[in-house]
Design a protein around this ligand. Structure first.
Ligand code: ADP
Length: 388
């Protein structure tokens, strides 16, 4: 029996889960939130206490103290720490033991993932400081998409840019892989064709063939593809030139608008799908439009990926919205009967009662609702890398 700590460091948060492996037993989970802000707090197993947390180092120290307090012998049993790292670029295509060289490479990728890789590295450094001698492993969100062929991941721009690393990378890979694997197992067919839909605050959709990612909706960065909480998803780049050249916006403004002020918040006034659903139910026109656009975008990708895969065995919905919104699942699969995608409306209301399988009887394509578990996926990968 050994313990593996999973860390997911964001700019103002440090989430953790502690697993006993290989039993995959969740021992503790929690989060240090609003790090560096006035009202920072530490939450362990759902219970929050307000406390001062100026930086990720202090957050790590507090988490270590709290776990040690609840779990005597913790430090001796802790054998590895698995970190979620968003961008692995071309270099990191599998889970990797962290060395000084690996940290340097993660740093070199800061420009490609300015919001994510810097806090990810801060989390790694904090863990090194408070857990000296414990193996640290980085698991990359881009790695699953390494199998996307050049015909798909290249942009049709001059080749020198491609050589400099300007290409599609894709994100949410840990989640798409986890959900795709579960769907594949359920189908009992290792060659299955699956479309996984990770619909959270950020959202992406992936075409999976025989366990491999073949296309995904995010790109060089996390902006393209589906309509998201605050991101626009697909947009004609000409809009950016127009705003900068003719409307007096600078490039920083446009970046903020497309990343933080677009998507559901722009269309419906909230980036929380629960709010949008409530307004939709009341018939508020902005919410109706937002939901229809949201669902339509998903359908466009389902159609595209169906064509690329040359068929489809299952759709798999996951993440906050995919797991919890019957309305989104219903609208996103509506009118796709000709592709064999037919939802059972009653099952869709309460998927748990049907083991997460909600397609209509005799429908050709299975429709699954599969809770994602990125932390468990990272724990498995960390364990496999170090011990198998
Ligand atoms: P993140 O990308 O931040 O990890 P999550 O996967 O937690 O996001 O998803 C957040 C989204 O899930 C929010 O838009 C939230 O409104 C939505 N969500 C959570 N619960 C429900 C629910 N019961 N019904 C509809 N949407 C929900």
């Amino acid at each position: 029996m050994l313990l593996i700590l999973i860390l997911n460091a964001g700019s103002s948060s440090l989430k953790f889960r502690l697993y006993e492996m290989p039993a995959e037993k969740l021992i503790l989970k929690g989060l240090a939130g609003r790090i560096g802000e006035r009202e920072s707090y530490l939450n362990i197993n759902g219970e929050s206490v307000k406390t001062t947390i100026p930086d990720h180092g202090r957050a790590m120290e507090l988490i270590k103290e709290e776990i040690s307090h609840r779990l005597p012998g913790f430090s001796e049993k802790l054998k590895a720490i698995g970190h979620r790292v968003v961008h692995g670029g071309d270099r990191f295509i599998r889970p990797t033991v962290i060395t000084d060289e690996v940290k340097q490479k993660i740093k070199e990728l800061f420009d490609l993932a300015p919001l994510h890789n810097p806090p990810n590295l801060t989390g790694i450094e904090a863990a090194e400081q408070y857990f000296r001698g414990v193996s640290q492993v980085a698991v990359f969100d881009t790695a699953f998409h390494r199998t996307i062929p050049e015909t798909e991941h290249r942009y049709a721009i001059p080749e020198n840019f491609y050589r400099e690393g300007i290409r599609q990378y894709g994100f949410h890979g840990i989640s798409h892989e986890y959900v795709g694997k579960q769907a594949t197992e359920r189908l009992g067919n290792t060659g299955a064709k699956i479309i996984s839909l990770h619909l959270g605050n950020g959202a992406s959709i992936t075409a999976i063939d025989a366990g491999q990612s073949k296309a995904t909706s995010m790109g060089f960065g996390p902006l393209p593809g589906l309509i998201m909480g605050t991101r626009s998803g697909d947009i004609d780049p000409s809009v950016i030139f127009y705003l900068v050249e003719n409307q007096d916006y600078n490039i920083g403004d446009v970046k903020r608008i497309l990343n933080k002020e677009s998507g559901l918040i722009a269309l419906a006034g909230s980036n929380d799908m629960r709010d949008v659903e409530q307004d939709y139910a009341r018939g508020k026109p902005e919410a109706v439009l937002a939901m229809e656009m949201y669902a339509r975008r998903i359908k466009k990708y389902i159609g595209a990926y169906y064509a690329l895969l040359g068929g489809l065995d299952a759709l798999a919905f996951t993440a906050g919205i995919g797991e919890n919104s019957p309305l989104v699942r219903q609208l996103a699969s509506k009118g796709l009967d000709h592709l064999g995608i037919v939802l059972d409306l009653a099952k869709n209301i309460n998927p748990q009662a049907f083991q997460g399988e909600i397609q209509a009887e005799n429908a050709k394509v299975k429709i699954y609702v599969i809770p994602t578990n990125e932390e468990l996926a990272i724990a498995r990968k960390t364990y496999t890398l170090l011990y198998e």
